[in-house]
Design a protein around this ligand. Structure first.
Ligand SMILES: Nc1ncnc2c1ncn2[C@@H]1O[C@H](COP(=O)(O)OP(=O)(O)OP(=O)(O)O)[C@@H](O)[C@H]1O
Ligand SMILES: [Mg+2]
Length: 273
């Protein structure tokens, strides 16, 4: 049931549109009236402080949580994401932060786990060829597809998890903190991979606390604060604007320090904040 890569929606067309999505956990309002749009061939970064509602929003889109109210449209049709399998079936794939890979199995086994080419008669050769083709298309640096996951680096594991989600030919892929545990070179590799996924015409939603990564890869930056939309920015927005939107403060020590570093705000240069 593994499908060939299809890139249906025209680049720039809206794949996903959320309107007025709210999610309450008992008395806690995790999300209130969230609007979000994701188009084919763009990377949307979802940023916000701890507790802003980013993971909750991703879980609503992954079919893990049901929204309390609001509307979700996928390729122009209103949909109900009542289960994770429904989200996957529509073409919404999620790479959760823990990656959910099996340490003792090799790369091919992990890529095809649960969607083997012919489950009753494992076609190892066909799966290996397909694995190599996909990883080559993504220019992934994996030494061997017969290597167990346990021996791969953090960046390589992230690559395998992303490749795995692409096998079901999704239209949207969501990544929760894909670079959080990675060093400089591995982060660059994963960001390159995200660009390649975008170039295949997918919509990408990435959650990150790292503004440098966000600027490097995002086409749009969507800020959540206290469970609400709090601004949409282009990647060339200043740190001050972004930090102000994330924290709700118009000026604070983080934005002053960052802007001093990047030379945006020289008149504050003498401050010790
Ligand atoms: N299952 C749950 N039950 C009750 N409250 C929850 C649940 N999941 C999330 N929340 C609450 O919803 C709010 C948003 O949490 P969420 O995990 O979405 O934030 P986040 O933006 O992902 O934060 P972080 O950057 O720390 O991961 C928080 O107040 C959190 O306590
Ligand atoms: Mg979170």
């Amino acid at each position: 049931m593994v499908q060939q890569d299809r890139v249906d929606p025209a680049k720039g067309s809206t794949i996903l549109r959320l309107s007025n999505i709210s999610k309450n956990f008992g008395a806690v309002s995790a999300l209130t009236d969230i609007d979000l749009e994701v188009r084919a061939g763009e990377v949307v970064a979802l940023v916000g402080d701890n507790g802003a509602g980013k993971s909750t929003l991703i879980k609503v889109l992954a079919g893990v949580h049901q929204p309390s109210s609001g509307k979700i449209e996928f390729c122009g049709q209103e949909v109900s994401l009542h289960s994770p399998s429904r989200a996957l079936e529509l073409g919404i794939a999620t790479v959760f932060q823990d990656l959910a890979l099996c340490e003792n199995l090799d790369v091919v086994a992990n890529l095809f786990l649960g969607h083997e080419l012919s489950p009753w008669n494992l076609d190892e050769v066909a799966m290996e060829v397909r694995a190599w083709t996909l990883l080559r298309e993504l220019a992934a640096r994996i030494p061997s597809v017969r290597e167990p996951i346990a021996s791969l680096s953090g960046g390589q594991r992230q690559t395998v998890a992303i490749a795995r989600s692409l096998l079901l030919a999704p239209k949207i892929i969501m990544l929760d903190e894909p670079t959080a545990a990675l060093g400089v070179a591995q982060t660059a590799e994963v960001l390159n991979l995200i660009e390649r996924v975008r170039d295949r015409g997918l919509g990408v939603i990435i959650i990150s606390h790292n503004m440098e990564d966000v600027r490097a890869v995002a086409d749009r930056i969507v800020v959540l604060r206290l469970g609400r939309n709090n601004g949409v920015f282009s990647p060339d927005a200043s740190n001050q604007e972004l930090v102000a939107s994330i924290t709700g403060a118009t000026e604070n020590s983080v934005s002053r320090r960052q802007d001093r570093k990047t030379g945006h705000n020289n008149e504050l240069g003498g401050s010790t904040a």
